[in-house]
Design a protein around this ligand. Sequence first.
Ligand code: NAD
Length: 289
Amino acid sequence: MKIGFIGLGNMGGPMAANLSAAGHTVVGFDTVAKPDGLTMADTAAGAVADADVVITMLPNGDILRAVAAEIHPAMKADAVHLDCSTVDVESARAVAELAEAAGLRAVDAPVSGGIGGATNGTLTFMAGGSEEGFAAVSPLFDTMGQKAVHCGPSGNGQAAKICNNMILGVTMIATCEAFVLADKLGLDRQAMFDVVSTSSGYSWSMNAYCPAPGIGPQSPADNDYTPGFAADLMLKDLRLSQMAAIAADADTPMGEVATTLYERFVENEDGRGRDFSAMLTRFSNRGRD
Ligand code: NAD
């Protein structure tokens, strides 16, 4: 396939490299990044003119909307705009409407798996859009990832992503505060892990990404909380969940508390640039007030 790729940062760079290595013709554009070995265009419109599929991997919904307004008029009729960024549901739906009005197809497919998944081609995609649009880009999901789930119409990929990450933020906080309560009750961390990881308190945060150093599987906690999945990105996703909850009139009190705690951790404490599981150190360093 001929692919235009806009946004070649930490995630987009390796995703584009994998598509190119699989034999697709990739033309990239980024306002800053200039990855080695990839054909680059001088403008976004130049990167998409010949493309069957245009992939965007951008920081947020406002940038996505601006880039979509620029590239849609330059794309071939019936080409697909596949957005893999994590953005608000409303922007995803607005961009899909813009695409359809321009005679294009749109799929929103945010990813899980981080930079490691992007590099190794093992991302999970959660996709929104028509059956037909999803089918058209499925071969690309197979190259860049290990799994793609079609979640329904446009915006539903973003909805799945922020619901998943809201659960993740909440369970990570619950796991961290429980470890600190256990510490203060004199319960050994290994014993705590052995019980909880095989009891009803288990979760991905405990079992696969244990926030306590030296306990459970290898995780960023064992590497001085070097991300991994940065607390800043968790905060971004939690804020998106709260924007969506307000717009949809959904009551999400746990998501709200998790957002407030990650906001404090990143903006007022020492969370910026650290893995999101470093929340454990925050609870360790304080008492009840
Ligand atoms: P990044 O900041 O490394 O990359 C974004 C790129 O977009 C940058 O290279 C930037 O120069 C480029 N860009 C910004 N505005 C542009 C424009 N107008 N035109 C062209 N290029 C432009 O970010 P990232 O870590 O690659 O994340 C990209 C997206 O993936 C985000 O939405 C993020 O939330 C999501 N995501 C990231 C991770 C992760 O672990 N990094 C995991 C899952 C999802």
